[in-house]
Design a protein around this ligand. Sequence first.
Ligand SMILES: [Zn+2]
Length: 105
Amino acid sequence: MSTETARTYQQNRITTHDAKQWLERERNTRLVQLTAIEESEPDGSDQLMAAQTTAIRNVLEEITAAQHRLDEGVYGVCQTCSQPIPVERLEILPYARCCVGCLPR
Ligand SMILES: [Zn+2]
């Protein structure tokens, strides 16, 4: 990465260090939720709980995918319009694949 690119990266996007922390924090939150559900509903018979478990597992997959993008140096770039995703959005949703403008409606 050139100095110029590195500077742009710093200004327009979160640092790799921050992104890693946010993703890690997000993963831990989901794992705690997952454990709480599994403890309260060990036989998995409750449909609502099952749906929540599925949703959380999907998020965990998204987090893993985001961590791969981070490793590949394409993290924080909208997969639809290729523009940098605003830092404010990544702070709320660190595994976001696209910017707000490209969200499916
Ligand atoms: Zn976009």
